[in-house]
Design a binder for this molecule. Structure first.
Ligand SMILES: [Zn+2]
Length: 153
């Protein structure tokens, strides 16, 4: 792992907090939204993730108690052009999210929400379902939250 500046890597063109989501716009014109809660749960710092190899484990954040403000951003600091470091309102600020990690987290959240529902424009709404069963405003059923099926509107 010598070269850290990957030429081909996708860079964010714009990152901003919209409501309680982080909106990511990438160089390749793709866009991702990830809720701040998910972002915090995937905090890659050693205190949150332990000593495990974060890229070797499955995306299952540890169960832990979060204090008030844990899912609210106080600030978002750029780190050396390869990452951002969020400062959370509960005082936690040791997680550094590389671009790749952001994409993985956003992708993991999309997977958890049931996948394949990209008919939402900017400003789509998630029900703020805590824990599992991220209520996704798609399909209109809302029963049991079947993953992966938003085919037939
Ligand atoms: Zn952390």
């Amino acid at each position: 792992m010598a070269g850290r500046a990957q030429r081909g890597a996708v860079q964010p063109r714009d990152i901003q907090v919209i409501g309680h989501e982080l909106a990511l716009k990438w160089d390749d014109n793709s866009e991702q939204f990830v809720s701040l809660e998910t972002l915090r749960r995937f905090c890659p710092c050693a205190a949150c993730m332990g000593e495990k190899d974060i890229f070797g484990t499955t995306y299952k954040p540890p169960e832990r108690a979060y204090g008030g403000g844990a899912f609210e951003l106080a600030a978002l600091h750029p780190v050396g052009g390869y990452a951002v470091q969020p400062a959370w309102r509960d005082g936690h600020n040791t997680g550094i999210y590389s671009w790749e990690w952001l994409r993985r987290v956003a992708g993991a959240e999309a997977g958890m929400a049931g996948g394949g529902c990209d008919g939402h424009g900017p400003g789509h709404e998630h029900h703020q379902g805590h824990g599992q069963g991220h209520g996704h405003a798609c399909g209109g059923g809302g029963r049991g939250g079947r993953p992966g099926g938003c085919g037939g509107h």
